[in-house]
Write a protein that binds this ligand. Structure first.
Ligand code: NBP
Length: 484
């Protein structure tokens, strides 16, 4: 059923403005769950196209102007913005805020930078409006059939908003993949880290594929079979599942595997980069995510790659002869590296929470990422259990299940990195994750030397292993040590 705003006022439970792919699908999702949805888009053509194609899926209210749109909503008014992130979002917020009243709720479901969300929330709070930055994951399909939703913002607004969002989110074991994350920008921060983890996961899968192709000589269909098999074990996940599908796809034009005719230059929209920038500011070593972002940048450096093609490889080692063993080695290396990537992402969430005073519960993320989102995986149940058992977990890699999983994988992991290195096959994420693990578990790091150097050239001082306090050596004097 569709009505126009002028015929019936204030009966929609939710309004959606921005009816491109994501907004239309979310609006349909709300309508399919029995909610009356007011529709608005800058250009009316998109509203009408949505109604023409799907108007019979539920109860929609067609509106043309922002005033009509706002007037169609029950109080407290709830409006979900699904427009292009950045200036467009600011423009839409401003228009809506001018037409709304204190107590109303504006939700930004776009991929906003969390610092923008912090700024917007503070500004709207001053005007008595609730602003909820909500990370939404799952792409177009998730938006329609159940995404994972990460709403931040004021807790009191969740009472009026939560049930609506939870009704359209994915559900796992009867639990919605949506929960109140924390204040102001926390929802978008967590969504950003989710995307960073997604980058790392995709890069690790890519490295595994590369090893099958270049170390074992598998064709795409053979690798697809391996991924299909892996998807019935510990690695079961959306990304592993779609990897098999992409690898099995044949190109209609050439009859070759599609993956073999796609240009090997990965693009990025920026959320991975944001994650790494934020991690640098917070001082959290998200090495797996960073390697993934840099690997995409390297793949896209077409001029440099062209210039470097054919550079010396040095003497290369032999290819693995035991295909079954090496396949299992890759599987274990992938699992261990994936544990590291998630551990680092969860460390970043904790660091962000501490920095901004959000008081986030990391186990909540594991719970709501189990369904709907791109990184949904069986593995997240394990992370949820780990945080349920110990909410103050120092690092996922020390938790008994993950510790044992890495111990089971460690020999394979080293063999994979060594073999790749001797064959000249790049495995930046596998290798850096292993180095991160070795770094964390090390008795002693070369950082002692770094501190000595810093004290030498900059009198930056150091701590001693055998006495409290800070010390400085008089490097350009008699080299005696003084208290700093
Ligand atoms: P787009 O990001 O392509 O944005 C298109 C929408 O923005 C249209 O409705 C357009 O209106 C509107 N818009 C623009 Br552009 N400038 C505007 C302005 N100044 N004032 C008002 N409206 C304006 O749409 P999308 O791909 O559906 O994504 C929507 C949001 O969801 C984005 O923030 C995106 O990052 C986020 N997101 C996307 C995905 C995904 O998988 N695509 C997943 C999760 C989140 P018009 O029709 O009048 O031009």
């Amino acid at each position: 059923m569709t009505t126009s705003a002028s015929t019936e006022a204030a009966r929609a439970q939710i309004g959606v403005t921005g009816l491109a792919v994501m907004g239309s699908n979310i609006a349909r999702n709300f309508a399919r769950h029995g909610h009356t949805v007011a529709l608005h888009n800058r250009s009316i053509a998109k509203t009408d196209a949505l109604l023409a194609a799907h108007g019979d899926e539920g109860d929609f209210v067609r509106t043309e102007t922002v005033e009509e749109f706002v007037a169609a909503l029950q109080k407290p008014r709830r409006v979900l913005i699904m427009v292009k992130a950045g200036e467009a979002t600011d423009a839409v917020i401003e228009e809506l805020a001018a037409a709304m009243e204190p107590g109303d709720i504006i939700i930004d479901g776009g991929n906003a930078l969390y610092t923008d969300t912090i700024r917007r929330e503070a500004a709207l709070a001053q005007r008595g409006l609730h602003f909820v930055g909500a990370g939404i994951s799952g792409g177009e399909e998730g938006a329609l059939n159940g995404p994972s939703i990460m709403p931040g913002g004021p807790k009191e607004s969740y009472a009026a908003l939560g049930p609506l969002l939870e009704s359209i989110s994915a559900q796992v074991d009867g639990t919605p993949c949506c929960t109140h994350i924390g204040p102001d920008g926390s929802g978008h921060f967590v969504k950003m880290v989710h995307n960073g983890i997604e980058y790392a996961d995709m890069q690790l899968i890519g490295e595994a594929y590369n090893l099958f192709r270049d170390a074992l000589g598998f064709d795409a269909a053979q690798v697809a079979d391996v991924f299909t098999e892996w998807n019935s074990g510990d690695l079961e996940s959306y990304l592993v599942e779609i990897t098999a599908e992409v690898l099995r796809q044949t190109d209609a034009k050439t009859g070759q595997a599609l993956v073999d005719v796609i240009v090997d230059a990965a693009e990025q929209k920026g959320t991975g980069r944001w994650t790494v920038k934020a991690a640098l500011d917070l001082g959290v070593p998200v090495t797996g995510i960073a390697e993934a972002v840099f690997a995409r940048a390297l793949s896209g450096s077409r001029e440099q790659r062209k210039a470097a093609r054919g550079l010396a490889s040095g003497q290369l080692g032999g290819k693995p002869t035991d295909v079954e063993q090496f396949t299992e080695d890759i599987r274990r290396a992938l699992y261990a590296s994936k544990i590291v990537a998630y551990a680092q992402g969860f460390d970043q969430i904790r660091a962000g929470s501490d920095e901004y005073g959000w008081d986030l519960t990391p186990g909540d993320m594991a719970t709501i990422w189990r369904g709907g989102c791109i990184i949904r995986a069986r593995f997240l149940n394990r992370i949820k259990e780990a945080y349920d058992t110990n909410p103050d977990l120092t690092s996922l890699i020390v938790e008994p299940y993950f510790r044992e999983a890495i111990e089971n994988a460690i020999d394979s992991w080293r063999r994979v990195v060594v073999t790749a290195t001797t064959l000249g096959i790049p495995v930046p994420a596998f290798a850096s994750s292993l180095s991160y693990y070795d770094g964390l578990r090390a008795e002693r790091l070369p950082a002692a030397l770094t501190q000595g150097q810093r004290d030498f050239f900059g009198a930056h001082t150091y701590e001693r292993i055998d006495a409290p306090g800070k010390f400085h050596t008089l490097w350009s004097g008699d080299r005696s040590e003084v208290d700093a």
